[in-house]
Design a protein around this ligand. Structure first.
Ligand code: ADP
Ligand code: MG
Length: 586
């Protein structure tokens, strides 16, 4: 409610602005709006998706030059050059994205610098785009026959479009696809294991960010009525990044705050510094550099979260409402073979982490995989779930070979897992984290999400997540940030997330580590209930009392090989196991 009032006050102030402000400030606000549109794309791409781009200014240039060229040379109406510019930008972004988004670490930002520079020089070197002098005589925009000739008239168009984009971006982030994008930051391993197509998510946010930049460029061209390559240089690309870092790179409103602060500050510094220092020069850039370092030291998240702390009521996290249950996978008859491992081997250079492993897991069965540290248990899990494929051997699931499939395809077929080293998104609520597990059970696209036309599906997904959280006994923590839970409970959140996928085989890597006695008992009860409902469970665990009291069968590993297999009491009596695993001690 408070947020709504804040938004309302903001819109009223915006609407009244040009009526009272001098021309100079209206112009400044126009530029802030144009920059904020680009910065919003960076929030999505860099702040939320974790992909850093220095090249956004080049996409602004694509939007500006497309309309400049088409309107001046062919006399096309500006309202037709917008879709044309968006189409050109999408084509450029998809081709560049396809190549550069495969790069990881610092190679990606370097890649964006490379194409940012290339596009900039392309604008300046191509004759039909006017070289470094650019293109002038771009027509004014017309709305219903009314020409937007002054900055004051243009103002409303810029800010109306910006607000539309703010709403669309917020909607997008608060959706199934938005969660998938946010999960990129938790590492692609986790996201892929939950069925997220991470290359697709990356390329979509890259393209959306480019389209925002293109829109800004189109507006710019018709506001200025003239374009040349200067505003689309790498310098400007760095400035856009600067804006979001200062404003708050992970926050939609941070983009507007950052664009506003940097633009106003730059103007002031340009006016005052030369007077103060008694000589002219680009002193503002030096101050900016220092300011950036200060922000990175003191407010790494940017300034928006600091402002948020002053507002008593925080942004609402998604809440559960009643909704229809999602359809469930058919349950296989108890005892049918779910998973069959045949001669599975995994090498890491000279180390054989899994050496010709063989075993089966059936439905309605709890199978424990035990062995000393470094025996190869987690490696086996990674092989089964497709996160780190086998070097050789076969894995079948429900009679079909899966060892060569992508992790997300294996997840789709009904295998879900937790990780030994917890992989939750720390700032997201338990509910949202668990809802990532239900990713494959929804189908609505980014476009539905941006218009919030997927609310019914979203309600069902969150409802499902809430059911799994209750099932795992974490109802009281539903809306808490995942990072606020003790590590043991975070493991249980991982189980709830795995269950939200409605799997028929559950892989749990040390789920009881860090739990207290009563919590372990509750976990054992949960796993028994799941088994009795027909689920197959493969479990790695070190607590022998826990394993022996729970598992139906046990596989013992040592040095990557299977040492023994059988009922818990058989394995416990096996001399080789006692020797190897327990060091010969009773
Ligand atoms: P466990 O889960 O049984 O404790 P792991 O499967 O984690 O054991 O590890 C088995 C062996 O493989 C260990 O010697 C470990 O150091 C090695 N190993 C695991 N992952 C990798 C990797 N990505 N690269 C190289 N060696 C690895
Ligand atoms: Mg392990």
């Amino acid at each position: 409610m408070k947020n709504f009032r804040f938004l309302f006050a903001f819109i009223v102030t915006l609407a009244l602005g040009p009526l009272v402000l001098p021309e100079f400030y209206v112009t400044l606000l126009n530029y802030i709006g144009l920059y904020a549109i680009v910065a919003l794309g960076l929030v999505l791409l860099t702040g939320v998706g974790g992909l850093t781009s220095f090249g956004q200014a080049a996409f602004v240039g694509v939007g500006a030059y497309t309309t400049a060229y088409l309107t001046t040379v062919y006399g096309v109406s500006p309202w037709l050059t917008l879709p044309a510019g968006l189409a050109v930008t999408a084509a450029v972004a998809l081709s560049i994205g396809f190549i550069t988004l495969r790069l990881s670490g610092h190679f990606l930002p370097l890649g964006t610098i490379a194409w940012g520079i290339s596009l900039y020089y392309l604008f300046g070197s191509v004759d039909f785009l006017g070289g470094h002098t650019g293109i002038s005589g771009i027509p004014a925009l017309q709305i219903f026959g009314f020409e937007l000739k002054s900055g004051r008239q243009f103002y409303y168009l810029i800010w109306a479009l910006l607000l539309v984009i703010v709403v669309a971006t917020r909607n997008l982030l608060d959706s199934r696809e938005g969660r998938a994008v946010r999960s990129l930051k938790g590492g692609t391993l986790m996201a892929e294991s939950m069925g997220v197509n991470t290359p697709r998510s990356k390329i979509v946010i890259f393209t959306i960010a480019a389209l925002y930049a293109c829109l800004s460029g189109w507006l710019y061209a018709h506001l200025q009525r003239f374009v040349n390559p200067t505003p689309f240089s790498l310098n400007q690309g760095i400035e856009y990044l600067f804006m979001v870092v200062v404003g708050g790179v992970a926050y939609v409103w941070g983009a507007i705050l950052g664009a506003g602060l940097i633009t106003i500050l730059k103007q002031w510094l340009q006016d005052w510094l030369p007077q103060l220092l008694g000589q002219s020069g680009n002193f503002e850039m030096i101050v900016f550099g220092l300011l950036m370092i200060l922000v990175l030291h003191r407010a790494r998240e940017g300034l928006w979260p600091i402002i948020l702390r002053l507002i008593p009521e925080h942004p609402e996290r998604p809440r559960v409402a009643h909704a229809d249950a999602l359809p469930r996978r058919a349950i296989l008859p108890a005892g049918s073979v779910l998973l069959e491992i045949n001669n599975a081997s995994k090498r890491f250079g000279g180390l054989i982490a899994n050496d010709r492993m063989n075993f089966k897991v059936r439905s309605a069965e709890i199978m424990a995989l035990i062995g000393p540290n470094g025996a190869g248990k987690s490696t086996m899990f990674n092989g089964i779930s497709g996160v780190d494929p086998l070097t050789s051997g076969e894995i079948s699931f429900c009679g079909e070979r899966i060892e060569a499939l992508e992790a997300r395809e294996i997840a789709r077929r009904g295998i879900s897992r937790s990780f030994q080293h917890v992989r939750l998104l720390p700032t997201m609520s338990v509910l949202e984290n668990v809802a990532i597990g239900a990713h494959l059970r929804g189908s609505k696209s980014f476009i539905h999400a941006a218009c919030h036309a997927e609310r019914a599906e979203e309600a069902r997904l969150l409802h499902e997540a809430a059911l799994q959280i209750e099932r795992c006994g974490l109802a009281e923590h539903m809306y808490d940030a995942a990072s606020s839970l003790p590590l043991g409970k975070q493991r249980i959140v991982e189980i709830a997330r795995a269950l939200a996928a409605d799997p028929c085989l559950l892989l749990l890597d040390e789920p009881a580590a860090g739990l207290r006695y009563l919590e372990k008992q509750a976990l054992a009860d949960l796993l028994r209930r799941l088994r009795d409902q027909g689920m197959g469970i493969l479990l790695v665990e070190h607590d022998m009392d826990f394993v022996m009291g729970l598992a139906d069968r046990v596989v013992v590993m040592e040095f990557g090989q299977k040492l023994a297999e059988g009922l818990p009491e058989e394995v416990q009596r096996n001399p080789a196991v006692l020797e190897a695993y327990l060091g010969g001690v009773e």
